[in-house]
Design a protein around this ligand. Structure first.
Ligand code: AMP
Ligand code: ZN
Length: 141
Protein backbone atom coordinates (compact mmCIF):
# COMPACT_ATOMS: atom_id res chain seq x y z
CA UNK A 1 0.00 0.00 0.00
CA UNK A 2 1.85 3.09 -1.27
CA UNK A 3 0.06 5.58 0.95
CA UNK A 4 0.23 3.53 4.16
CA UNK A 5 2.67 4.99 6.67
CA UNK A 6 3.40 1.60 8.26
CA UNK A 7 4.03 -0.03 4.87
CA UNK A 8 6.45 2.82 4.22
CA UNK A 9 8.22 1.98 7.50
CA UNK A 10 8.37 -1.71 6.47
CA UNK A 11 9.85 -0.65 3.11
CA UNK A 12 12.44 1.57 4.81
CA UNK A 13 11.04 4.74 3.23
CA UNK A 14 10.29 6.21 6.67
CA UNK A 15 12.73 5.63 9.54
CA UNK A 16 11.70 3.82 12.70
CA UNK A 17 13.31 2.73 15.94
CA UNK A 18 13.07 -0.98 15.25
CA UNK A 19 13.18 -3.24 18.30
CA UNK A 20 12.35 -6.56 16.59
CA UNK A 21 12.08 -7.85 13.04
CA UNK A 22 11.56 -11.18 11.31
CA UNK A 23 10.19 -12.21 7.92
CA UNK A 24 6.59 -11.53 8.95
CA UNK A 25 6.63 -9.03 11.79
CA UNK A 26 8.13 -5.64 12.59
CA UNK A 27 8.12 -3.94 15.99
CA UNK A 28 9.19 -0.36 16.55
CA UNK A 29 8.83 2.46 19.04
CA UNK A 30 5.72 4.60 18.75
CA UNK A 31 6.68 8.07 17.50
CA UNK A 32 4.25 9.74 19.94
CA UNK A 33 4.58 7.45 22.95
CA UNK A 34 1.90 7.25 25.63
CA UNK A 35 4.64 6.06 27.98
CA UNK A 36 8.36 5.40 27.85
CA UNK A 37 8.82 2.19 25.85
CA UNK A 38 5.50 2.37 23.96
CA UNK A 39 5.99 -0.16 21.17
CA UNK A 40 3.97 -1.10 18.10
CA UNK A 41 3.95 -4.62 16.63
CA UNK A 42 2.73 -4.97 13.04
CA UNK A 43 2.48 -7.56 10.30
CA UNK A 44 4.87 -6.58 7.51
CA UNK A 45 2.16 -7.23 4.93
CA UNK A 46 -0.66 -4.72 4.73
CA UNK A 47 -3.71 -5.99 6.63
CA UNK A 48 -6.04 -3.35 7.91
CA UNK A 49 -7.70 -5.04 10.84
CA UNK A 50 -7.64 -7.93 13.26
CA UNK A 51 -9.52 -10.72 11.52
CA UNK A 52 -8.04 -9.88 8.12
CA UNK A 53 -4.63 -11.45 8.72
CA UNK A 54 -4.03 -15.02 7.57
CA UNK A 55 -3.76 -17.17 10.68
CA UNK A 56 -0.02 -17.79 10.26
CA UNK A 57 0.57 -14.03 10.15
CA UNK A 58 -1.71 -13.45 13.15
CA UNK A 59 0.14 -16.17 15.03
CA UNK A 60 3.49 -14.56 14.23
CA UNK A 61 2.24 -11.15 15.37
CA UNK A 62 0.97 -12.53 18.64
CA UNK A 63 4.14 -14.56 19.21
CA UNK A 64 6.12 -11.32 18.83
CA UNK A 65 3.76 -9.52 21.22
CA UNK A 66 4.21 -12.36 23.69
CA UNK A 67 8.01 -12.19 23.44
CA UNK A 68 8.29 -8.42 23.39
CA UNK A 69 5.92 -7.52 26.22
CA UNK A 70 8.21 -8.74 29.02
CA UNK A 71 11.22 -7.27 27.23
CA UNK A 72 9.53 -3.85 27.02
CA UNK A 73 8.51 -4.06 30.68
CA UNK A 74 12.04 -4.97 31.75
CA UNK A 75 13.62 -2.29 29.56
CA UNK A 76 11.70 0.54 31.20
CA UNK A 77 11.22 -1.13 34.58
CA UNK A 78 7.43 -1.18 34.21
CA UNK A 79 5.40 -3.47 36.48
CA UNK A 80 2.70 -3.88 33.82
CA UNK A 81 1.56 -3.07 30.30
CA UNK A 82 -1.66 -2.35 28.46
CA UNK A 83 -1.59 -4.49 25.30
CA UNK A 84 -4.26 -3.55 22.81
CA UNK A 85 -5.39 -3.01 19.24
CA UNK A 86 -7.54 -0.06 18.26
CA UNK A 87 -9.46 -2.08 15.69
CA UNK A 88 -11.41 -0.04 13.15
CA UNK A 89 -12.18 3.67 12.98
CA UNK A 90 -15.01 3.32 15.50
CA UNK A 91 -12.46 2.08 18.02
CA UNK A 92 -10.06 4.95 17.31
CA UNK A 93 -7.75 3.24 14.81
CA UNK A 94 -6.01 6.03 12.92
CA UNK A 95 -3.41 4.09 10.94
CA UNK A 96 -5.27 1.54 8.79
CA UNK A 97 -2.57 -1.14 9.08
CA UNK A 98 -3.17 -3.54 11.97
CA UNK A 99 -0.90 -2.81 14.92
CA UNK A 100 -0.71 -3.92 18.50
CA UNK A 101 0.17 -1.29 21.10
CA UNK A 102 2.38 -2.39 24.00
CA UNK A 103 2.13 0.48 26.46
CA UNK A 104 4.14 0.26 29.68
CA UNK A 105 2.12 0.98 32.80
CA UNK A 106 3.31 2.27 36.12
CA UNK A 107 1.68 2.63 39.50
CA UNK A 108 -0.01 6.02 39.67
CA UNK A 109 0.57 6.78 35.97
CA UNK A 110 -2.90 8.29 35.71
CA UNK A 111 -3.94 5.71 33.15
CA UNK A 112 -6.91 3.44 33.64
CA UNK A 113 -7.91 -0.04 32.53
CA UNK A 114 -9.57 -0.73 29.17
CA UNK A 115 -12.90 -0.92 30.99
CA UNK A 116 -12.72 2.81 31.61
CA UNK A 117 -13.03 3.48 27.87
CA UNK A 118 -16.72 2.71 28.13
CA UNK A 119 -19.54 4.69 29.70
CA UNK A 120 -22.88 3.09 30.41
CA UNK A 121 -22.70 -0.68 30.21
CA UNK A 122 -25.55 -2.59 28.58
CA UNK A 123 -27.72 -4.49 31.04
CA UNK A 124 -28.11 -7.74 29.10
CA UNK A 125 -30.55 -10.40 30.16
CA UNK A 126 -29.64 -14.08 30.12
CA UNK A 127 -31.72 -14.49 26.94
CA UNK A 128 -29.84 -11.67 25.24
CA UNK A 129 -26.51 -13.16 26.29
CA UNK A 130 -27.67 -16.52 24.90
CA UNK A 131 -28.47 -14.80 21.58
CA UNK A 132 -25.07 -13.12 21.42
CA UNK A 133 -23.30 -16.38 22.26
CA UNK A 134 -25.20 -18.21 19.52
CA UNK A 135 -24.66 -15.42 16.98
CA UNK A 136 -20.89 -15.42 17.46
CA UNK A 137 -20.74 -19.20 17.20
CA UNK A 138 -22.86 -19.09 14.04
CA UNK A 139 -20.61 -16.47 12.43
CA UNK A 140 -17.61 -18.75 12.94
CA UNK A 141 -19.29 -21.77 11.31
P1 AMP B 1 -3.84 4.04 16.29
O1 AMP B 1 -4.56 5.24 16.82
O2 AMP B 1 -4.13 2.80 17.05
O3 AMP B 1 -4.04 3.89 14.79
O4 AMP B 1 -2.31 4.32 16.57
C1 AMP B 1 -1.40 4.74 15.61
C2 AMP B 1 -0.10 4.97 16.32
O5 AMP B 1 0.91 5.11 15.36
C3 AMP B 1 -0.08 6.22 17.19
O6 AMP B 1 0.22 5.87 18.53
C4 AMP B 1 1.04 7.07 16.56
O7 AMP B 1 1.79 7.77 17.51
C5 AMP B 1 1.86 6.03 15.84
N1 AMP B 1 2.61 6.50 14.69
C6 AMP B 1 2.14 7.24 13.67
N2 AMP B 1 3.11 7.46 12.77
C7 AMP B 1 4.23 6.84 13.25
C8 AMP B 1 5.57 6.70 12.79
N3 AMP B 1 5.99 7.24 11.63
N4 AMP B 1 6.44 6.00 13.54
C9 AMP B 1 6.05 5.45 14.70
N5 AMP B 1 4.80 5.53 15.18
C10 AMP B 1 3.90 6.23 14.48
ZN1 ZN C 1 0.18 -0.84 5.36
Amino acid sequence: MDDCIFCQIVDGEIPSRTVYEDDTVLAFLDANPLARGHTLVIPKAHHERVGEMPSDVAAAVFAAVNDLTPAVEAAVDAPGTTVAFNNGEAAGQEVPHAHCHIVPRFESDGGRPIHSLFGDRPDLSDAELDDVEAAIEAERD
